[in-house]
Write a new protein. Sequence first.
Length: 245
Amino acid sequence: MVTFYFIIIILVLLVINIGIILSRIYLQDQLNYAKKSNPDSITFLRKFSYVQQKIVAKHSTWLFILSASLTVSLVLMVFVVFQLSGDNQSTKRRLAKAEEETVRVIQQQEDIIKQTVIQSYPEKGLGIKNYNWQEVFAEEKKDLQAKIEGDLSASMAPYFGSTTSLTMVEVASQKLTIAFSCNPGTSRNKKIVMDNISALIKELEEIEQVTLVNFQIVFEDEKETENYRCSYQRENEEESFQQLS
């Protein structure tokens, strides 16, 4: 804030200095013009000489004021330059520190993600059958459908090690599509993920309206990415899901 005020003062002083210089130039031009207009009048020349001495004397005074003003402006400019330079260095140090902190936090998050243990599917299931599937498929309520999709995505994430998950219910085709993007390092726990898929399919058999389930899973590690897809289908609610080849 102090630097801002100093910059304002410098600009004001510069404007004043320019005004002084222009006014002095104007007066000198007026003197030259007046002298050329009456070159032969002795009385005029005497008066002109007196006025010229007064103006020249004031020139000296204004020159002193101008020099002092420019000196003050120069001192303030030097101060502002040093102040801005110090602020710039301080900002660079803060940015560098913030970048280091960001890198450290990202590294910690990556380490935590890599150490994440995928949980085995609970024996009692996720309570999927407790959702109001009949109302979703019968009346196609989009709000209720969206809520179920969001709840399913959140509840299934711990059992598939996913950073992002998406569940979509297609009412017309009685299809459920489940997509996961797994955390880096999840591929080493692939067997647990596959067992959890089997357990999830078993629980989905209790939802009579669902006849087709698609899985899309992305396994990632430090070296490669594997895309896994599988589908399970049944003819009606009395049958068990069969994995399609």
